[in-house]
Design a binder for this molecule. Sequence first.
Ligand SMILES: C[S@@+](CC[C@H](N)C(=O)[O-])C[C@H]1O[C@@H](n2cnc3c(N)ncnc32)[C@H](O)[C@@H]1O
Length: 315
Amino acid sequence: MEELLAGLRAAGEDTRLRLLHLLSRAEFNVSELTQILGQSQPRVSRHLKLMMDAGLLDRFKEGSWVLFRMREEGRGAEIAAAIVAMIPRTDPVLRRDLARVDEILQARREVADEYFGANAKNWDEMRSLHISESQVEDALLNMVGKTKVNSFVDVGTGTGRILELLAPLAKHATGVDASREMLAIARARIAESGLDHIQVRQGDIFSLPFDDDTADLMSVHQVLHFLDNPGGALEEAARVLAPKGRLFIVDFAPHELEFLRDEHAHRRLGLSDVDVRRWCGRAGLSVDEHITLPSPKKDGLTVSLWACSKGVAAS
Ligand SMILES: C[S@@+](CC[C@H](N)C(=O)[O-])C[C@H]1O[C@@H](n2cnc3c(N)ncnc32)[C@H](O)[C@@H]1O
């Protein structure tokens, strides 16, 4: 009773209901929420605090950013989800909020697209800046093993390096990426390799150009930290993955290198094991293995690898 009443009281105000609605859709920082709602920062912060105290929201710090999202576990999460389910989607104020959300997300995507377009040529060089790529690739090959599969999909393939690396295991290998510039380089790489069972397609991670349950092996290498909604990308990958199919995620572990956000379009400063497991759980994937490869440099980045599978009981 206590928790329910606290939750209902906290959400029982129009700005707070709008906030809950927004935070059920994506994670935002206070300045983004201020922009969407058109209200002052102190006011928005006060509303957020009230809902945090009532257990409806989670707050987490990432470098210099503090992000909020609707709570996803426990009693507070159930109450928040029940309230959000009752919010009328056709309400004009909420629709206006969502239009502003779209503008913000679109602006973020444009920054990332520009970045990838501009850096396509030297991407292979850049990706080796942080930790030895050959070590990461060896660890990935080791994790994937030698079992041959019918179809392999590399999501966010970029210049196609991982596509080329794992393609020998598959009868058909396809890389998907949104950036034409990246794909142009991937195509040149494929042509040079002489492998004719590989192809690339332009497409969006959140709406992959494949039918349900069709890929036996998938990879998403150094892509999720660029996304607003990594969990959504994993849900889409899980849709395409065949039952018992395997997905390999490679990304940075949580770090504090703020310049990667400012200068290299990173949306998240690495991914935590807890977050990846939570997103996988929601997508119907189990995490079968997780390893980390720390950088030999003092302030270097640690690379994390996760082996996941679909339709196997969660670990
Ligand atoms: C850092 S690069 C990694 C490329 C490659 N996986 C590698 O490790 O070399 C990230 C790639 O994700 C792609 N990307 C980002 N958001 C995307 C989206 N929504 N749909 C498809 N590709 C996306 C970018 O175009 C870029 O090529």
